[in-house]
Design a protein around this ligand. Sequence first.
Ligand SMILES: [Fe+2]
Length: 307
Amino acid sequence: MKKEHSENRRSALKKIGVSMGLMAMSPIVLSQETTSNKKRKRLLKVAHITDIHMRPELDAPNRFKNCMKEIKAHDVDFFLNGGDTIYAADYGDITRDRVLEQWSIWNELKSEFKGYELHSCLGNHDMWWAAPDKTDPMYGKEYVVKNLGIPKRYYSFKKKDWYFLILDSNNKNAGSLDEEQRVWLEKELLEMPKGVHVLVMTHYPILGVSTIPYGGNHSDSKYISKLFYKHKDKNIHCISGHMHLLDQAVYNDVNYYCNGSMSGYWWGDGDADSAGKCWYHETPPGYSIIELFDDGSLKNTYYPHAY
Ligand SMILES: [Fe+2]
């Protein structure tokens, strides 16, 4: 197993290094390779990018474009975007112009995803709650749903033999699921055939490790983990962002990956706690490549980027 890992690592590094003319940092494989199934077949390869925090400052749009070039060299099938797509619209002093400016950059950058599907979820910084009133077309979640080009604030889709559940964590006692979403999620899981493979994406971690020192965990993890336990016939994996930190938790056979962030220290150089330039604490900015297999196993690899 170890050898296979290091060889994969070397060849991936070589491929990226060659394509970008750069020496990339070693990727970090988060998955516990619990499977002994040597015959498993990879069905999908997906990029999980999160906490992009797009902003006009610090040359963020061009740095993002460089990241995209690097990610596309991995030959992924499609993209998952874990929220906090724009820098911040949620603070009380954010003006309409500032919100428009951030989304217009993002809307221009969508051309970077040409030829790929992009499935996004809502992050806590994406919503403009300071709109003059609730009837304002830019107020709250609907405007974000429109800018992200997603069907609804939560939704599902299926690719090959994998089910994808995209949730909205941004509710009371954030992160949490609201009642309407709980009813929907329970029904979705009930209607899936036995033994299927499921990847759940949220913004806030449903269960995390970095959330113990720093906060930011779903406040309803007891409810969600008990719901998952009712479906222990299924292979369930969860991915999240929000923390800008990289961690992995396993509970009741469900894997929870918190996949760092694209923006690291919000594209800034960092602070006294940053272990490297642009890092947030000990996590470098980066993106994850997730390989999904036919036996319900998954390999989650975090690639630090140097932009
Ligand atoms: Fe964030």
